[in-house]
Ligand binder design. Structure first.
Ligand code: LFR
Length: 479
């Protein structure tokens, strides 16, 4: 994506898009990291050729928690493992035997997700790759290293390792030591808005970019950049970054580390400009993407817009599932897993792709409502507007259902909030624009097409649907 920024204009334009297809090899799900790097190079080349002015800067963001290991020569030790791989299945027990869950939460503020980096590192204990590793780089830091030869650990993404103390915004040596994790594997922390190197000669040759094009650290966790990209005008906003995941919560200036917050499985990820992203992970449109993939593998191809249109006329709230349930994390046969979850809670299982689609969207809206209500209760803040950013902002049914479920107006857009948040931090670092997050958001608000949804319908229907899931919902373990 190439962004163009001035103090009162902001445009983004896609120059290249490439697939991200995980590969299962020897029973383990991997990222195809070299193909991703090639996609980045092809994209940079397209960016270099598509403009008459040299690029001011490059910023990188991606999903969180995953990493590559390098040996002492800087060579990659194997393909990074995908967070949806099941290798971490037993790691939570190992970790909680060493550190009680309440102590881990008090120290790191992270919600329990089975794939947080600490669980991956515990699962990788004793493997030859980890034994040989000299350095560990989170995915965007790995791409930055391949572009520049310089290694750093960007802070917002580092906070998803579960090895950072959100109060000090620094590593938590006690947690690492107790689990036998060597913090020296991580290169030094760097803040968004700081330099991250200049391009290596082979990258210049492959892309045609100008010498000294700087790479700038941005919120390298895509969700951190997406939260920068929320076009809020009121301080009382909540956000839902929807795509493969729905990340629903609030921006705070200090973490909430209470036991109630832990039991509600809320996370305190670090944001840009000293903020805290107080949110909960909800499965998101992954549920639907995985259904589409299952149907397609069975020879039953569906056109998403047609399916969504039909789902908008299907019976509302016929059956709902807990869209926060980690049982949905792994890939594979999602329609049957959704049907089984409906059975378990005494609800009719969806019978057709349209009914399944409606069940997914109702369930997501219900989970959005629950997350935002919990965030308000646990943080003591109030909310007057819900912003939906990310790919799900295009999904009119999801946006309307979320407004209905939350009983609040929803402002939808931009869909490319992560790319815009990335670009805005680069532009501010380069001195093109100035100000804090409110000023960056005012620029988004005045330049990006947004759509507003007002809450409609019978609010009590959502209460009744929520009660069908009571007791079945997953929260953090009680000790
Ligand atoms: C969204 C996201 C989430 C993170 C998940 C796994 O793309 O980055 O914030 O929990 O992917 O990394």
């Amino acid at each position: 994506m190439v962004g163009r920024v001035t103090p009162d204009t902001l445009t983004l334009h896609e120059v290249h898009r490439f697939p991200n297809e995980p590969v299962r090899l020897n029973g383990t799900l991997h990222w195809n990291i070299l193909s991703l790097h090639q996609g980045v190079l092809t994209g940079l080349k397209a960016a270099a050729h598509g403009t008459d002015t040299p690029l001011t800067s490059i910023g990188i963001d991606s999903w969180a928690v995953d990493y590559g290991l390098l040996d002492t020569t800087g060579s990659l030790l194997g393909n990074p493992v995908h967070y949806r791989d099941t290798r971490t299945a037993d790691a939570a027990d190992t970790v909680s035997a060493a550190i009680p869950p309440a102590a881990l939460y008090a120290a790191t503020g992270l919600q329990h997700l089975p794939f947080n980096t600490i669980y991956q590192l515990v699962a990788a204990r004793g493997t030859p790759a980890l034994a040989a590793a000299h350095r560990l780089l989170l995915i965007p830091d790995l791409i930055a290293y391949w572009l520049t030869g310089e290694a750093g650990t960007e802070l917002t993404n580092a906070s998803t390792t579960q090895l950072i103390d959100p109060r000090t915004r620094a590593w938590s040596p006690h947690i690492a030591d107790t689990l036998g994790i060597d913090l020296a594997l991580f290169p030094p922390l760097r803040d968004p808005g700081t330099p991250a190197g200049t391009l290596l000669p082979d990258v210049l040759a492959a892309t045609g970019l100008a010498h000294h094009t700087p790479v700038t650290a941005v919120g390298s966790h895509d969700t951190a950049s997406a939260v920068v990209g929320v076009p809020a005008t009121s301080p009382r906003f909540a956000y839902i970054a929807t795509g493969t995941w729905s990340l629903a919560g609030l921006e705070l200036d200090a973490p909430v580390l209470t036991e109630a917050s832990r039991l509600a499985n809320f996370t305190n990820e670090l944001g840009v400009d000293g903020t805290v992203r107080y949110l909960r992970n909800i499965m998101g449109l992954w549920l639907l993407q995985e259904c589409l993939r299952t149907w397609e593998n069975a020879g039953d191809q569906h056109h998403l817009p047609t399916l969504l249109e039909a789902a908008s006329h299907a019976t509302p709230l016929r059956s709902v599932v807990d869209a926060g349930d980690p049982a949905f994390i792994a890939p594979g046969n999602m329609p049957d897993r959704i049907a089984a979850a409906c059975h378990r809670t005494g609800q009719p299982a969806p019978r057709t792709p349209v009914e399944t689609t409606r069940c997914v969207l109702d369930s997501l809206a219900l989970a959005h409502r629950r997350a935002l209500r919990d965030a308000v209760r646990l943080s003591g803040r109030t909310v007057d507007t819900v912003h939906i950013v990310g790919g799900g902002a295009h999904n009119t049914l999801l946006c309307q259902l979320t407004a209905d479920a939350c009983g609040l107006p929803v402002v939808a857009g931009p869909a490319e909030a992560a790319a815009l948040g990335n670009v805005l931090i680069q532009a501010r670092t380069a001195g093109t624009i100035s100000g804090g997050l409110p000023e960056l958001r005012a620029l988004l608000h005045s330049t990006q097409p947004l759509r507003q949804y007002e809450p409609t319908g019978d609010h009590s229907a959502w209460d009744r649907a929520a009660s069908r899931l009571e007791g079945a919902q997953v929260t953090a373990t009680e000790e």
